[in-house]
Each structure stands twice: as C-alpha cells, then as structure tokens.
Design a protein around this ligand. Sequence first.
Ligand SMILES: *Cc1c(COP(=O)(O)O)cnc(C)c1O
Length: 374
Amino acid sequence: MYKERIWLSPPHMSGHEMKYIQQAFESGWVTQGGPNVDAFEIETRRFLGGSVSCAAVSSGTAAIHLALRILGVGTGDVVICQSLSFVASVNPILYLGAIPVLVGSEPETWNISPKHLENAIIDCLQKGEKPKAIVAVCLYGMPYQIDEVAAIAEKYNIPIIEDSAEALGSKYKGKYCGTFGDISILSYNGNKIITSSGGGMLISKNKEYVEKARFLATQARDQAPHYEHSQLGYNYRMSNVSAGIGLGQMEVLEDRVAQKRQIHKIYSDIFCNDTQIQLFENPNKEFDSNFWMNIVIIEDANLKSEMESVFSYNNIETRPFWKPMHLQPLYKNYSYFGDELSNKLYEKGLCLPSGTGMDIEAIQRIKDCLISFL
Ligand SMILES: *Cc1c(COP(=O)(O)O)cnc(C)c1O
C-alpha cells in the first residue's frame, strides 16, 4: 500500500495567513515594506520580551550579511564562526571579502566550544588580526553556552552575532534566543519552526544597529528628494506579502513550540532505554530547546544505515547531520580550531522527522518503524 511521504520539517500553515495576504492585496501594498512588515517586527519584538528592536529582511542569510556590515566587517577582516552549521552562517563572511576562522563544537550543546573559541581568538591576536565578530549558532534549536561565550567575547571586546535561525522559541535561563547577540538573526525559511515563505529578522537591543539594517536593506538611500547614495546598500527588505504569512504564523508560534517539544517527548520515550542510540537532549535546566529538529547519534555505522533503510523503505524522510564547514571543499583551507567532535557528530548523527503538521497516524508510522527496528 502506498504511504504518503513524511517529511523532515515541512511548512505548516495555520489558516490565519490569508487574511493578512488579503489585506496586502486590497491595499495594493504587495511590495517591500508596508503595514504587515511593521506589524511583523512589532509582534516579534513582543514575543521576544520587548527589550529589542527588529528589522524584517528577505532571508536569514541577508540578516547575517547585514549584521556583519553593521559591525564594520570588510575586506581582509577576520570573523570567527562555528564550523558545525548550515553554510548560510559562514557565506556572508566571504560575501564581504573577510576571512572566516572556524571553531569546533563542545559536547553539551554541539555548538561553539568556549575553549576552542578562546584559542582561536588568542591565535588571531598573536598574528595581529583582532576578530571583528563571532558568529555563534543555536544549532537545531539548542542555545549555545551563552554565558561562557559572552564572557569570552567581553574579555576580548568582540561582538557576537547570534544565529538563531533554527531557534525561535528556544530559551536559555528563561530568556528567548534572538536576544543574546549584539546582533541576533532569525530565519523564516520553509523548513524553520515558522515560515514567511522565505525571510529573516535582524534583532538588536541597539536601535541604531536596527535602523542601519533597514537603511542598508533598502539600497542605502540617503535622505534627499532625489536618489542620493553615499554607502553601498542591498535590496534585502521583506515584502508585505511575505510578512503577512509571517504574521499568520506568529499567531500559532507558541503552539508550534509546544508541538515540537511534544514530538521530542515521543522520541525521548522511545529511546530512553536504548544504549546504542542517543537522542539529543537539553544538557540541563538552563537550556530549553524548541527541538526544531530531533537528532540521534548512532555509534554503530551498520546500525545507522539499517535505520536509514527502514525509514526510507517506509517513505519517511531522514537526513544526515550538517557537514562541518572545515570539511567542506569551499572552506577546508581556512583555519580550524577544534577537536574531532564536529566530525563525529556529522558521521554518526541522523535527523528524524520533526514536522509539527504530523498527525497521530504519521507519528504512529514513525513509532512502528523505530519499535520494529529496536
Ligand atoms: C536556515 C538557516 C540560515 C539561513 O536562513 P535563510 O533564511 O534560509 O537564508 C542561517 N543559519 C542557520 C543555522 C540556518 O539553519
């Protein structure tokens, strides 16, 4: 019998999106900027606790690019970045002609290792190249070691760009991800916890940074009756239609986070007694991941490929772990400070379906697969 494919983390509409899209069409405001964009920024600020400003842009990648520009990164500058991530965390460093220095992961959160981060900074300083920024990622929704990384950044006076593209709704010590960086970014790509069909948010406690982001995202047009430009800008502003989708999704964000955590609990119950398969969990009470994606580490390579086959046979998507940047052809010649952990996670990690749109039947199919397999 044909069984419908279960995807890893597909878009999940709330039903509230159309009313905002309708408004955009009725007002004729279907281009960049506009009332939905303003409202999306306000709603995001409200969700994050009100102490930040937000600028909606066309993607998370664009938000990182703008963040680097705002922090003054230019040709030949060094920027430190977590190696274990999606390529979009690093690419904007190259867009600017800057030099990425890659840092490995630590075992609790799988994010940037404070120890290796400090080694990287010391090495850069010895070469007379003070890093201009640190890109720290909340991978798969898990906050990085926020306090330790902040302490190092402060010690050496280097700003942090918090890449929380995957971590909207996650918390560290009771505070939301998206509020920890000197500049933080979110993504609303189709696979993320909520989507605007494609988009991103640049967030900062520093209002000037956010105003600068809006300026750079709209071709850096100076104030004048004609078109006057003294700086290089981009066409990165979010469209009013996309923002409408984002607003419809914001209405259910809390539910989506709760659903993601429920899905995680189901996996947790299945794997709790297994000694060979280890599910990625919050390291302690300070971390509260949105569990955007559920990952298992399978030590035995045969066991892992068996599990992949069982899922594949049942038309259920699984996916390998992010491949670290220091192993990518594009980045392998840049410096890397770290140990084998990132490589190991890439080899042994497997992403399991985590879509909030899964019904009881889909979850049962996944359970059946895993139970037959275990
Ligand atoms: C998705 C993602 C991005 C980029 O976001 P886009 O909106 O797709 O440009 C950046 N970093 C991480 C870790 C991501 O997962």
